[in-house]
Design a binder for this molecule. Sequence first.
Ligand SMILES: C[S@@+](CC[C@H](N)C(=O)[O-])C[C@H]1O[C@@H](n2cnc3c(N)ncnc32)[C@H](O)[C@@H]1O
Length: 845
Amino acid sequence: MSRRTSRLSTSATPALPDVSSHETPEDTMSLDVPEQLLTPENSRSETSSNNENASTDEKLAGRRRSTRVVRASLQATESLANTPAKSDEPKTASSQAYVDSLAKSKRSRSSLRHSIAVMESSLRNGTALPDVDTLANDQSMVPDTPISNSSQEPVSDELNPPLSQRTLRHRVEKALGKDEKQTMETEPKIASRGSMRRSTRLSLVEKASDILERTSSVLGKRQRGQADTKKEVSRRASLRPRTLAPAKEETPAPTAEAPQPKKRRVSESDVSKLQKKEPSPPQEEIKPVTPKYKPKRWLAHGLYTGQEPSDSPPKQRQSKNSAKTGTGPLNRRLLPMPMFAGSRLVKHGRDYRLPFDIFSPLPPGQPKPDEWRKTNKNVFVGDAASEWRANKNLELSTCMCDEDTGCDENCQNRYMFYECDSGNCRLGPECGNRNFGELKHRTKAGGKYNIGVEVIKTSDRGYGVRSNRSFEPNQIIVEYTGEIITQYECERRMRAVYKNNECYYLMYFDQNMIIDATRGSIARFVNHSCEPNCRMEKWTVAGKPRMALFAGDRGVMTGQELSYDYNFDPYSNKNVQECRCGADNCRGILGPRPKDKDQRPKIVDEKTKNSATPKNVKNAKTTGTKRKLSETTGASSATAKKRKLLQPKSIKSSFKKVIKKATTARAKATTKKSVTASKATKSNSSAKKKSVKLPTVKSASRVKATVKASQKKTEKAMPKSPAKSTSQLKRPSAATKKKILAAADGSTPRATKSKVRKDKTGIKRGPYKKTLLRRLALANQTSVGSATKANNTTVKSPAKAKSPAKAKGPGKTQSPAKAKGLTSSMKQAAKNVVRTVKGAKRSAQ
Ligand SMILES: C[S@@+](CC[C@H](N)C(=O)[O-])C[C@H]1O[C@@H](n2cnc3c(N)ncnc32)[C@H](O)[C@@H]1O
């Protein structure tokens, strides 16, 4: 349609010059008032005049109307022509002039008709306007609105002139640029012709609505209200009788030349102003409608009692990243509902922690020990600082773990009880070997849950420590800190300061120094148990040793009292104390259990212990030597030393094997020695007596070592000087004695250790071996406990504990073969230890 319209307009454009040539008759006609009804402009319908850009369809739809208008106009013209004859006007002198004027007007009309005909013919011939019949038959030209039957009557060629006239008139107006004033003058005339038939109802409705809109925007409130009341009437204008003219006084009908865009702009601004002036709708209407859920009714009894009620809707679906973001089911603290995970829970169970606010072990205001001076750092006191620096032997270790495995149980640093940090481990948060770092964060965060322990008052063991949270297996709990003092200082305090104390807080630390936690951390209040739930370990953190209490392999539950095995060495008879741990396997005393029941020490009662009876005074005078423990327990020194090695359960079997080997070797040596001695008797009777007596007196280790050494010498020197060999067997030097004892006990002094390392054995001790040594040493580590001298609680290196073979040549450089034998036994023991530890971890998991 629009294409056709444009074609019409473009084709009409060249005809404009011709049209302008007929300007004169039109002007003449416009001046003639009675002839105004005959002009094509007056014959235009409102619809076509309102819309300058109206489609051709509308124009075609209004074709019949225009034709009728033209007919009516012609009839009116004829009536006008006849009017003078019918009128009652007096025939005056000017009647002739009037007749002349009519004749002139007739001529002008005929000239007008002639000019229109000429224009039409020129248009047809020059611009090839489409034939009206063709247009009428063209389906595409069918108007949108229904056309009455009368309007679909075939249009003859005689009816074409009105259409052409209108088109020409339209273009002539454009060309001449008629002003708006003239248009406005003609508009009331058009409006007055209420009898004109409208082309379509739709156009009328649209027009009426448009008028109403403009009216409502332009008029005031009151008039707008009036217009609203007439809205219905206006909308039904097409149904009104044609004789009724629209309310032109109130709403002047806009013409084709009327500045509609301007009015529209005004109306838009007014609409926006009106919208602003109108009260905004309440905000509540904008609120999104949230679905309401029924309030959850929580159980008052049963498994899930105590869960906090929540109004949030149940979430059955979790995002894939919920585990990463920490909102997933893996990180839920509450138990899932049984319908979601009931069967799985029943089958596999699930660990959970009671929130601290649900289970708070003790209310605040617990009795605190008055004498406790707290410190959470190790403080060197006296000569300890200078001696520590002098003896400082930093062992650095670099972790080889990667991100995939992290620093798990296979971490080399972990084996060696070295804490990983940024200096020796390239892992960050993935590292699982930073216990003291975790403890630091917890302590810094503060609060009962982070610190996790508190002092309690027990019924029969003084103060103790209780957990107010749960701890995972092997998780660090609290550090054992205090004053680092030398052995000399420790003995001085024992004699002078703590002589009347019932409790002592001394623990062997490192480099022959002691931690005195009389002024120390809360860990000093942790009591002993023969079946503990924690253990005390020494770790090297940033090159410095530190002691800390760790959870056992089964972890610690909230509210449990913390305990560890003191491996107590009472040092003297008067210090042997009854154990009240209550465990099934309680040893009865705070110390190692004697082998024979008869040999169990007579537990000194607290009342009698402090009473200064002559007997106790006598015993006290005789104490102070290393033999004190063996005298107390009634066992031989060899047995006592065995028990020292048997303390940690995890390496019990390993040490048993080692000691068994040592005993076997000793027995063999004794046999060989006896044989040798008998041989010597045959050769020399005086020497025979001496050689027979010797082995029965000495301790097993001494005999063993001595015999081994003397056997070779005897075999070689027997023919020459058997007495020499026996004397060597009888009287080993003091240094040899010390080395042999240390080798047999596994408590080789540091000097010996370094000497062995300096020996040219050809064996290099790698980190793994070192790890095992350290692990065994720590497993054997002994808490000084109360009234224990550091000298008696020296850490026995497992390497030395396994050194019966090494005792074969005390003080001498071992041959590579012997060293290999020692290494194999060490390896075997180490393997056993590793197996034991792994088994324990597996069982804990
Ligand atoms: C390091 S303190 C422990 C804290 C101590 N209970 C307190 O009140 O300060 C060690 C002392 O606690 C007592 N003790 C610890 N464990 C014990 C136990 N299982 N049976 C009896 N007394 C124990 C002993 O008197 C021991 O000398």
